[in-house]
Design a protein around this ligand. Structure first.
Ligand SMILES: Nc1ncnc2c1ncn2[C@@H]1O[C@H](COP(=O)(O)OP(=O)(O)OP(=O)(O)O)[C@@H](O)[C@H]1O
Ligand SMILES: [Mg+2]
Length: 519
């Protein structure tokens, strides 16, 4: 016969029981103190019974300030007013909304901040009454990250679209302005010339717009090299002062040393000017523009090397931006300026240029608090502080130029321009066609080729094949896209040049001369 045994947790002495309770309480307390989520317990009436360390940090109340108060103090209206009714309904009907489910709700901290939280509520019964335990997780950081990601994806998509359009427009504009240029000498009447001049001016403005779009979509051909930012700013200071007018004070705060960044100096100046003009527009009554340079080293994430960055901060004491404007300011065509006043491409261009340079840009601003735009660019080894040799200009003689371009209109314009510069021109519509010209022994001095072409052979592949046949052949690449790596490399050593579309006749002439002047 089995003996009845006392259950394991059977009768214990009061002293042991007290010790057990004490131990349990200590364990609970340590969970409350160390849990990363905020933990708040309430009773059936909604009165706060305990308030963990993390809860105190999150809501800004000391435990003593809220224990004994209704938990609705942690909620903004309208939830605050509804909470008692909600608990009552649950107790009466057992209908659950949050308990055991968890959901996203809105919280209110002591200092009045309203923020999203994830709330999970557990329920326990003790001594005939119920206790609800709320686990609260702050969602602000996650929200911010999601928003940033979304914004980045949007910018990427818009960039793709804008880049594609700008590229096609560039080809069209090359045709338009090229033909206008060729037309000019044929016009005698002043009136016709004036009309032509206006058309040419409009084409130029259009090319500038599509250039900004390209810059935004990071397809602008950049010429990155070590640039002394301080020196660049000193060179720009006069222009800034003149542009901003007498009511705005311009202050430069330059960090010590040469401060070398890897960037495209022309685009960097452009970016600074754009920022300065925005600041001017935001300071109609005058104020101060501060341009500051500095250095930063990034805190590396796992497995990453720290990065050395050069910083450029442009701040003003102007009207500042609302949160909505600040978030959208980099979007192309986003402007708060009236029609005809702003295109909304200034900051887009800055954004694209900085990102393409491997840097970052952010805006700090609030209404009435002024605006500060911070740009970070990769630092060049200080030793690279170097003068950049100017383009060589040599004697220009008559050359035989092979023009390779698959777009017939663009090809015609290029051919006419080159002829107008006094060179002999041979045209080819594709890589294979050009190769057969070269291999046929046409005695070409210069191969002028588009990079992206229909017909299965890129300009780069053509150049390689041509060089095999004619080592030392001078090659000038052109494209509406960014300059490819291969061209950047080829440019250094081997008598290759680069011309970004759209180009004017002067740029074309300079590029040909520079190339022919090389040994
Ligand atoms: N320094 C600033 N202070 C206040 N608001 C600014 C500042 N810079 C930009 N903004 C806001 O951001 C918007 C976008 O700026 P962005 O430079 O891209 O375009 P824009 O200045 O309106 O036109 P664009 O530069 O093409 O002439 C502006 O319309 C303005 O509302
Ligand atoms: Mg602007």
């Amino acid at each position: 016969m089995a003996k009845a045994r006392a259950p394991a947790n059977g009768r214990r002495s009061p002293a042991r029981l007290a010790a057990l309770i004490e131990e349990r309480e200590a364990r609970l307390r340590s969970i409350l103190e160390s849990a990363p989520d905020a933990i708040v317990t309430i009773d059936e009436r909604g009165i706060i019974q305990s308030f963990s360390q993390a809860a105190q940090r999150l809501f800004g109340y000391a435990a003593g300030e809220v224990i004994g108060r209704n938990v609705s103090v942690l909620m903004p209206e309208p939830w605050r007013g509804e909470h008692d009714a909600y608990i009552a309904r649950y107790l009466a009907t057992g209908e659950r909304h949050i308990i055991g489910i968890g959901r996203e709700v809105t919280a209110l901290s002591k200092d009045g901040a309203v923020f999203p939280i994830e709330l999970a509520v557990g329920e326990a019964r003790a001594g005939g009454t119920r206790i609800f335990t709320g686990f609260v997780r702050d969602l602000r950081a996650r929200r911010r990250m999601e928003e940033e990601l979304l914004q980045a994806q949007k910018m990427e998509a818009v960039g793709q679209l804008a880049g594609g359009m700008a590229h096609d427009f560039n080809n069209l504009l090359t045709v338009i302005s090229g033909n206008l240029e060729m037309l000019e000498p044929h016009l005698r009447e002043a009136e016709s010339r004036e009309l032509l001049g206006e058309a040419a001016e409009a084409a130029r403005a259009a090319a500038e717009l599509s250039g900004r779009l390209l810059a935004f979509s990071r397809k602008e051909p950049l010429d990155p090299r070590p640039v002394g930012l301080n020196r660049l700013l000193q060179g720009l200071a006069d222009l800034l002062r003149r542009t901003l007018g007498g009511t705005i004070e311009v202050e430069l705060r330059l960090a010590e040393g040469p401060l070398m960044a890897i960037t495209d100096p022309g685009q960097a100046e452009n970016a600074i000017l754009n920022l300065a003009i925005n600041s001017r527009d935001a300071m109609p009554e005058g104020g101060r523009l501060t341009v500051e340079t500095g250095r930063e080293v990034t805190v590396p994430e796992r497995g990453e090397a720290p990065r050395r960055l050069v910083t450029l901060r442009v701040s003003d004491t102007g009207l500042g931006m609302s949160e909505e404007v600040r978030r959208r300011a980099f979007e192309p065509f986003f402007t708060t300026k009236g029609p005809g006043k702003g295109t909304g491409l200034g900051l887009s261009m800055v954004y694209g240029f900085v990102r393409q340079s491997g840097g970052e840009v952010e805006i700090e601003s609030a209404p009435g608090q002024g605006t500060s735009v911070l740009i970070r660019l990769p630092e060049a080894a200080a030793a690279a502080e170097a003068g950049v040799p100017g383009a060589a200009t040599g004697p220009s003689g008559r050359q035989r130029v092979l023009v390779v371009e698959d777009d017939a209109r663009v090809r015609r314009v290029s051919a006419r321009r080159i002829a107008a510069l006094g060179h002999a021109v041979i045209e080819a519509a594709s890589g294979p066609e050009a190769l057969s010209v070269i291999e046929g022994g046409a005695g070409i001095d210069l191969l002028f080729t588009d990079i992206v072409m229909a017909g299965g052979m890129s300009g780069i592949a053509l150049a390689e094949a041509a060089r095999r046949h004619r080592p030392g052949l001078k090659i000038l690449f052109t494209s509406g896209h960014a300059e490819p790596e291969e061209v950047v490399e080829a440019r250094g050593a081997s008598g290759a040049g680069w011309l970004a579309k759209p180009y004017g006749i002067a740029a074309l002439e300079a590029a040909i001369e520079a190339l022919m002047a090389r040994p």
